[in-house]
Ligand binder design. Structure first.
Ligand code: UDP
Length: 455
């Protein structure tokens, strides 16, 4: 009863959440929004007009588009550093205006904006909130391990370790255990512009707290290390997709029919394959992957995002004879309902690019992985998966069908795979405990709610 009253009182407290317009960022932000809404707060999602979340899945939220935030040709340039820098320069003014309009409306009602919560890649939101004299909090959507190495990049660059001269070198990076040169974050081309964006992202300026989509049973030691250097409270709230009420966070439409196909497969027999929302492959890699999966003899579900095979719209470049060879043992979809897929009893392995959301989603369901990182923080996540948590198989050779076939067999039918599955299952249990009453994430969420109320 008291809890209901408290929730009722919180509904006039608005939280403005500023999302970064990419799937891997939108998902944790929407999950956080659903979580805070379930605690009684009113939610406003401020978002760009491109790659925007779908309001229809969140009838209780207000969606506020940020106008004119990026010239069209920027997006298609694929230059991540230029996109993020420009996004932040262009969004600050419109965000201030948005906040100012909301505050003007609030004067006529009992409502007030309690806090602006922003994805750290949308660092301009901190400045906009500060200008409007509103408290702010930063949401980090990558792992703590990644943030630690990001903060060391200037030093590593000065000392000549970054970017590594040899991207396949297994030499350790001084002071960066467990990372080797090949595990350092990978940027395309000149690293300087991206390092400038990262420096802005790491500096939380006037924010009152840092929120992480991570969980103590994976990163407690690292979080203690970071917390010591951090002058504001620090909350490991995740995995957010497990603590928040289920919500439709996909920008692309999910092909849910594949779940019916999974229903017909044996327990732990299917390997799920996905490169996430940004990574891509060329025609040769695509054909090798196709034959590697087909020849492994293992049932597979392969999410091939439209545009992810360079030079084609979708799967026109599948090799001749592939469809006939696989019959009903494999399914290819454009976009999978990944969280449901990984939670399905038939899925026994995940070939992943090691994005942080995919990493958390797989471990949370006790699914071991074949780790094939592509860029940015994925190398770092892969190293932790394979070497620290030991639930992933390192796949760092050329994409060749024989190698793929063997890796799939090792994970799905080999002794190593069995051991990794047991370790992943143990993490799944620990994560379930973390999100229950008195668990680390549950406690962090309660503390965060109290902090927001006190602002
Ligand atoms: N995802 C999905 N269906 C797919 C592929 C990916 O729902 O077919 C989701 C996945 O569940 C995850 C997100 O897209 O939440 C990808 O985020 P991640 O951090 O793993 O990688 P990114 O896309 O940022 O590289």
């Amino acid at each position: 009863m008291r809890e209901m009253e408290e929730r009722g009182q919180r509904s006039n407290r608005r939280l403005v959440l500023v999302a970064c317009p990419y799937q891997g960022h939108i998902t944790p932000m929407l999950n956080l929004a659903s979580l805070l809404h379930s605690k009684g707060f009113s939610i406003v999602i401020a978002h760009t007009q491109f790659n925007h979340p779908h309001p229809s899945g969140f009838p209780n939220f207000t969606f506020a588009p940020i106008p004119n935030c990026l010239p069209k040709d920027f997006l298609s340039s694929g230059d991540a550093a230029a996109i993020f820098a420009s996004l932040n320069t262009n969004c600050e003014g419109p965000l201030r205006q948005l906040l100012s309009d909301m505050m003007a409306q609030d004067e006529a009602t009992e409502s007030k904006i309690s806090c602006v919560i922003y994805d750290t890649l949308m660092y301009c939101a901190d400045a906009a909130a500060h200008y409007m004299k509103l408290p702010s909090m930063a949401l980090r959507t990558s792992s703590i391990g990644t943030q630690l190495i990001f903060s060391e990049l200037p030093w590593l660059r000065r000392e000549g370790y970054f970017p590594p001269k040899d991207h396949s070198s297994k030499d350790p990076v001084p002071g960066a255990y467990p990372l080797r040169c090949k595990d350092l974050p990978l940027f395309n081309g000149d690293p300087e512009p991206m390092m400038r964006v990262i420096a802005m992202m790491l500096d939380i300026k006037t924010s009152s707290a840092i929120l992480w989509n991570t969980v103590d049973c994976l990163e407690k030691q690292l979080s203690d290390q970071v917390q010591k250097k951090c002058h504001v409270p620090f909350f490991s709230l995740g995995p957010l997709h497990k603590v928040a009420p289920a919500s439709p966070t996909s920008i692309l439409e999910e092909e849910t029919d594949c779940l019916l196909w999974l229903d017909k497969q044996a327990n732990n027999s299917v390997i799920y394959v996905s490169l996430g929302s940004l990574a891509s492959m060329d025609e040769r890699e695509f054909a090798e992957t196709a034959w590697g999966l087909a020849n492994s003899g293992q049932p597979f579900l392969w999410a091939v995002r439209p545009g992810s095979v360079r030079g084609s719209e979708w799967i026109e470049l599948l090799p001749e004879g592939f469809k006939e060879a696989i019959g009903d043992t494999g399914r290819v979809v454009r976009w999978a309902p990944q969280k449901d897929v990984l939670a399905h009893r038939a899925v026994g392995g995940f070939w992943t690019h090691c994005g942080w959301n995919s990493t958390l989603e797989s471990i949370s369901e006790g699914v071991p992985m074949i780790c094939r990182p592509c860029f940015m923080d994925q190398n770092v996540n892969a190293r932790y998966l394979c070497h620290v948590w030991r639930v992933g198989l390192e796949f760092d050779v050329d994409l060749d069908q024989k190698e793929i076939e063997q890796a799939v067999r090792r994970l799905m039918a080999g002794e190593e795979g069995k051991e990794m599955r047991l370790r992943a299952a143990a993490f799944k249990d620990q994560i379930e405990l973390s999100i229950k009453k008195s668990g680390s994430s549950h406690t962090a969420i309660e503390e965060l709610v109290n902090l927001i109320i006190s602002l």
